[in-house]
Write a protein that binds this ligand. Sequence first.
Ligand code: IPE
Ligand code: IPE
Ligand code: MG
Length: 236
Amino acid sequence: MTQSTFHVAIIMDGNGRWALARGRPREWGHRRGAEAVRRVVEAAPGLGIRTLTLYAFSSDNWLRPAREVTLVMRLLQRYLRRECEELSENGVRLRVVGRRDRLPPEVVAAIDHAESATASRARMTLRLAIDYSSRYALLEAVRTAARAGTSDVQRADVAELLGQAVHSDGPSPDVDLMIRTGGEQRLSDFLLWECAYAELHFTPTMWPDFTAEDLASALQEFAGRERRFGTVALAG
Ligand code: IPE
Ligand code: IPE
Ligand code: MG
């Protein structure tokens, strides 16, 4: 891993519980969660993160009550519309990864706009995962390879096919550090292939409470870990 490829992924979990614990509806937690996204995205490039992938809405999240889904879609649309200027100023290139065929048209339009407005930025790539399912991406990759009659699929091809499956503009990069807030310790169908050797960091902090300092301390803890990739530690 080099600084130029340092990839952090975050499962932003705990919005609903955070709100309910304060006697507010779950939707309130999503609103406050959007503020945490802003804080973290602003801090990330300065902390050496070159690719940041945020899990905003999973394909299984469509199963939630319609009211909550509608509110989350509206917040995502607003985020994409309002933030793209600031992202651009901060040198952040935005890509939305996931399916687009089931999203409200106004969300797709906001995605197209934000992606083209930030396309030339190179300080950090922010990948926002919306209607994302890692298993769906893997299935699509297999289907594409089968359709093309490719019998000799290499690892690099899989990363490329995964990127294509989720509308990324390049291969899906391996994750160095996966953070999940909200206390659960699972991946919930996020970046399964890409996390083969990811370091995992679970925190009980609910997403609306997560700060730039929390991100910095997760990175500091990560820096002290020894990654071996299946081999043995080097002596000395
Ligand atoms: C994560 O927070 C945000 C989305 C899935 C949209 P949750 O809404 O899952 O919050 P909890 O886990 O129910 O507290
Ligand atoms: C994962 O959280 C999806 C996002 C954070 C967007 P969930 O709250 O949907 O995951 P489960 O249901 O607890 O596994
Ligand atoms: Mg949750």
